[in-house]
Design a binder for this molecule. Sequence first.
Ligand SMILES: NC(=O)c1ccc[n+]([C@@H]2O[C@H](COP(=O)([O-])OP(=O)(O)OC[C@H]3O[C@@H](n4cnc5c(N)ncnc54)[C@H](OP(=O)(O)O)[C@@H]3O)[C@@H](O)[C@H]2O)c1
Length: 278
Amino acid sequence: MSVLRVRTFAVVTGASRGLGRMIAVQLAREIKPGSVIYITARTLGGLEETASIIKQNVNENLDVRCVAADLSDAKEVDQLKKLLFENVGDTSRFEHAILIHNAASLGAIGKFSSELDDVELIQKNCLLNVTAPITLTSFFLKTFKSCKRNLRKTVVQITAVSGINPRKTFHLYGTVKAGRDMFFRVMALEEPEVRILAYDPGFVATEMFNTLQESKDSSLRATAKYIAEQSFFLSPEKSAHALMKALEEDRYESGSVVRCYDVMNIDVTEMDRQLQSK
Ligand SMILES: NC(=O)c1ccc[n+]([C@@H]2O[C@H](COP(=O)([O-])OP(=O)(O)OC[C@H]3O[C@@H](n4cnc5c(N)ncnc54)[C@H](OP(=O)(O)O)[C@@H]3O)[C@@H](O)[C@H]2O)c1
């Protein structure tokens, strides 16, 4: 039986542009009529554009719901979790519930670690990248827990190699990615009936990637320019497509990291070696 081609309740965060938009579009292409897909980010205009791409190119009848919310604001996270999960209604009409934590920010890459003296900035970073995904997941699981056993539950969190390999100015970014990876590894042990995937999307041509040029570290800026010229630099479409493939094949160990390049059978041993030396 297909994992994705079923009646689905889906939430995709950070879907107003970039990878999140393409994940929402490609998920919409897979799921069956009767599905509901919530897309969220701060910019309503971007979300509406994503919804219109889905309506025009994928399925004009799909129930796509746009919700603007700032995940770095505790009150808005609270409102969002109620809005998403308190009115789901009869959960048994769905065969799959999937929550995709894609929204993220690079943090204060214009500074070095020793300059991070702003408590609020650090708190907001943690809220967006760690606290919000944790609390949304808790609400998501409570909502679908009592549902019949054959409802598949999946949580995807978009991770990055920056959570494993240290790089100058990736202090906050690397910390939240590493922390979030560990949180979901623990949850995978505690919740064996939930499928949990940490997806490393590779290097992707998005606004976030362009923002790397704001790093205080000149070698990071140069590496980003180098990456942008390589064949392993991906479009959001390609990376989102590999995520759909990983979900559909369903071969990953719950809680583990799946690299986009592995799903696409692209050998990046040489790339890894070169990037380590830069
Ligand atoms: N691009 C890459 O090369 C790369 C590599 C490894 C991992 N990743 C990961 O891939 C995911 C997607 O990144 P991307 O490259 O597509 O980035 P992006 O183009 O910057 O998009 C980020 C998304 O997150 C949303 N967002 C940012 N701050 C938010 C906030 N405070 N509250 C709610 N939503 C917020 C943005 O929407 P609004 O601004 O409208 O809120 C946007 O929709 C991230 O988890 C990133 O860490 C990317």
